[in-house]
Design a protein around this ligand. Structure first.
Ligand SMILES: Cc1cc2nc3c(=O)[nH]c(=O)nc-3n(C[C@H](O)[C@H](O)[C@H](O)COP(=O)(O)OP(=O)(O)OC[C@H]3O[C@@H](n4cnc5c(N)ncnc54)[C@H](O)[C@@H]3O)c2cc1C
Length: 260
């Protein structure tokens, strides 16, 4: 998938992505989800929830350091907004980031985080000013290997099981101030913009998933340039996508069978 440019479809090529647009992203998402819903979720979180906010709100230095490896599929991202007591109401979250010189010290727990067990990087939402509710939220890019970051409860889901979901615990994690996305208090804007963008992936992800197995995704071979990948996706959008015959037995990736 990384070779095909599927981990950063709408990210410009200069930042390691495929340099395509959201229509191409939606088409690819539908086809991948048709073959395996879990793979579609892993891919969409990396594309929409991890790469996109860094592309929109990260400094040039942060884009080079974190976006390039994620968009090129060398590293995997996750998005940490939800907490045990804060789902729809992000303004009631309790994870704090307290400024200490050139760093912020982060403490708190995030819940239901897709890709967390495998992720290298987390787009994390914290409170820098609790009194301001959602206007006191600030977003950061956090390396999952930093001291004080650990995984919590692994969720046993009813479906889409090959996509791992767990909580993440942050204990006195020192996050460089340069890893902030936007200014202090911009976090709610970052979250809403990111979730709006993810909306372009959700319908194709869902419409792809339950489709009859009348056709499956054939690999688009990368022959070197991104224009090859672009033309492969535009062949699909003009109805010329290569198809393969129905399988006799439907696959269930939820139990770990790799897509292909
Ligand atoms: C499989 C899975 C993966 C997830 N992955 C991620 C992830 O990667 N990153 C992340 O940050 N989060 C993730 N989440 C969390 C998800 O975003 C939250 O579950 C969601 O925001 C809802 O929060 P909640 O579960 O606390 O429900 P609540 O906020 O408690 O809502 C429960 C119900 O009440 C309704 N409701 C809430 N407030 C109101 C209101 N004011 N008026 C009317 N109705 C209301 C809601 O619509 C919902 O139906 C994931 C969740 C699941 C199940």
């Amino acid at each position: 998938m990384a070779e095909l440019g599927f981990m950063g479809i709408a990210v410009p090529e200069e930042y390691g992505g495929a340099g395509m647009d959201n229509v191409c992203y939606a088409i690819a998402m539908e086809e991948i989800s048709r073959a395996c819903a879990s793979t579609g979720v892993i891919m969409s979180v990396n594309n929409s929830l991890a790469c996109d906010p860094i592309l929109k709100f990260g400094s040039e230095e942060i884009k080079r350091e974190y976006l390039v490896p994620m968009a090129s599929g060398k590293k995997l991202g996750c998005f940490g907004l939800t907490e045990p007591g804060a789902g729809s109401d992000a303004g009631s979250q309790k994870t704090t980031a307290v400024r200490d010189g050139d760093f912020y010290v982060v403490n708190g727990t995030k819940n239901f985080i897709t890709n967390a067990p495998q992720a290298d990087t987390c787009v994390l939402f914290t409170m820098t000013d609790k009194a301001k509710s959602h206007k006191g939220i600030t977003a950061f890019v956090v390396d999952m290997k930093w001291k004080g970051v650990s995984l919590g409860k692994h969720e046993k889901k009813m479906g889409i099981k090959a996509s791992a979901t767990s909580s993440i615990v942050f204990e006195d994690v020192r996050v460089p101030a340069k890893n902030r996305l936007g200014n202090e208090g911009d976090g709610f804007k970052v979250a809403l913009s990111t979730l709006d963008g993810d909306g372009s992936a959700s319908p194709p992800r869902r419409s792809g998933s339950p489709a009859p197995r009348s056709r499956t995704l054939s690999p688009i071979r990368r022959t070197g340039s991104s224009s090859d990948r672009r033309s492969a996706i535009s062949r699909r959008s003009s109805g010329c996508w290569r198809t393969s015959p129905p399988r006799s037995t439907p696959r269930d990736c939820s139990h770990g069978e790799p897509p292909g």
